[in-house]
Ligand binder design. Sequence first.
Ligand code: NAD
Length: 282
Amino acid sequence: MTAQILDGAQLAKDMRAAIAQQAAALTARGHKPGLAVVLVGEDPASQVYVRNKVAACEQAGFHSEMHRLPASTREADLLELVRTLNDKPDVHGILVQLPLPAHMDSHRVIETISPEKDVDGFHISNAGLLMTGTPLFRPCTPYGVMKLLEKSGVPLRGAEAVVIGASNIVGKPQAMLLLQAGATVTLCNSKTRDLAAHCRRADILVVAVGRPRMITGDMIKPGAVIIDVGINRLPDGKLCGDVDFDSAKEVAGFITPVPGGVGPMTITMLLQNTLEAVERSI
Ligand code: NAD
């Protein structure tokens, strides 16, 4: 069997075109969507992520604000900036790029963002709303995975879904979204015994660990949907996922490539969350 590719790059392109149209309509009514991105320090990966987010906003016709602060910034000054952005009517979404410098308490910073503008969905009240089944914002990466699953057409209700990796930003919210969609969810972590046995039961397998090619074709149920969230840089500079694409595609029914799968969806869902924030604010 050769799996169908779930093309995140194409889906992201289609969704961004629709988002740009909605943004234009909102702008015409005097509600131009606005996103503020805050970057503290010089982390090279964060600089790339932030640049891509700001560029995506501009392409979609959003107002975007970039706030760059030196690594030596006092936490109190960062909190002050966040409070200022909370009060700005032309800013609907606020994103503080993580990780923050070691002298800052990232929980305190995230809790200072107004929950109504927390487009990453990391604020504790948004995590609670997701947990209780009434999400305000869905964290961007798991939200993008749900759109890819929707695209596959595979029913989630009653499906066996296995999520590998239990981080606060990917694995845990992913498990909640799948549960809400009616799947029977297993959430695995680094202590899980016999990971392969869990994987082989999965109709839907979402892998978010950060270990190159750890899931191989022999661990996959024939016909399963495989979503590879992992992004790993190999010694030769190329990117690869947590799934061994070559062996997995021979067994799976659907599979996301890396790059070009989940990655392009994450920023798209940030735009989507910002639009949702505007609509709620009107
Ligand atoms: P993390 O390091 O915070 O969490 C990793 C999780 O994997 C932990 O829960 C840990 O218990 C689990 N784990 C570790 N080893 C394991 C093993 N052998 N078996 C089972 N579980 C194991 O990572 P994260 O922030 O969730 O990111 C995971 C991966 O996803 C990384 O490669 C990251 O770069 C990528 N990522 C991609 C996107 C995207 O847009 N595509 C977004 C976020 C993260």
